[in-house]
Design a protein around this ligand. Structure first.
Ligand code: SAH
Length: 230
């Protein structure tokens, strides 16, 4: 059983990497994979880099080359739902690609030839991750539900409002999660994801994001991962 722990950016995983003396470090497809043990469990840590293609390539490599038996993503996202504020934590029950549009051949957001737009995360792993997030960050408000992904850093109030109007139950927006959800669906691999909210995907998002990733993102990830593996 090898649990893969993925983040997009170094800032999101630095503290977890620091916890684990890597037994094996290898580079595949330009990414460094750190294999080792955390709390007695076999893990592989990797930075996917940003965006859906980078995330999908990372997920496939984890499964094909590193024998990952489950994938957990930890990182930051923009809050979309009205009650989802900076510092809150969102655990994903499902993912959707908000920028996918093969209409009129397929309904808006539907992944062609899959017959659906939403990819559920693994119920058991997600439940464990939610418990870990709650225990790690007892002060933070915890949400569970839909996270949407796309190849855009959403950083205008107008775009955030448009996304909310189009997908009223979307709690947060980021750039990787739905890609990994689709790969894990294809391979039948359990997947769960947690995101702390770094910004509100609005006109202030860029500054809020930079402050948050520098100051808190990595600590949050480390605390959640520690509780998940404890
Ligand atoms: N490094 C660049 C941009 C990072 S992109 C910069 O400094 O501006 C943002 C990363 O955080 C992505 O990995 C994405 O998954 C997540 N994210 C956080 N807030 C987001 C938002 N408002 N819109 C899209 N992705 C967001």
């Amino acid at each position: 059983m090898t649990l893969a722990i993925v983040a997009a950016m170094r800032e999101e995983l630095a503290a977890v990497l620091a916890l684990m003396p890597a037994e094996t470090r290898s580079t595949v497809a330009g990414r460094e994979f750190f294999r080792g043990r955390l709390h007695g469990q076999e893990v592989v840590l990797v930075l996917s880099r940003i965006g859906k293609v980078a995330a999908a390539a990372t997920a496939v490599t984890l499964i094909e080359r590193f024998d990952a038996s489950a994938i957990v993503f930890t990182g930051v996202a923009g809050g979309l739902g009205p009650g989802v504020q900076v510092g809150d934590v969102v655990v994903a029950d499902a993912f959707l690609q908000h920028d996918l549009d093969a209409s009129p051949l397929f309904p808006r957001h539907e992944v062609p030839l899959y017959g659906k737009s939403r990819f559920a995360t693994d119920a058991a792993l997600t439940a464990r991750l939610a418990v870990a997030a709650g225990a790690a960050l007892p002060q933070a408000r915890l949400h569970r539900g839909l996270i949407v992904s796309g190849d855009r850093f959403v950083a205008t109030t107008a775009e955030a409002r448009a996304l909310q109007a189009e997908l009223p139950d979307a709690l947060a927006v980021e750039m990787e999660g739905a890609a990994i959800a689709q790969v894990c669906h294809d391979y039948g691999l359990p997947y769960a994801a947690v995101r702390t909210i770094s910004d509100r995907a609005d006109d202030a998002a860029h500054g809020d994001f930079l402050r948050f990733v520098q100051e808190v993102a990595s600590r949050h990830s480390a605390a959640i991962v520690a509780h998940l593996l404890a």
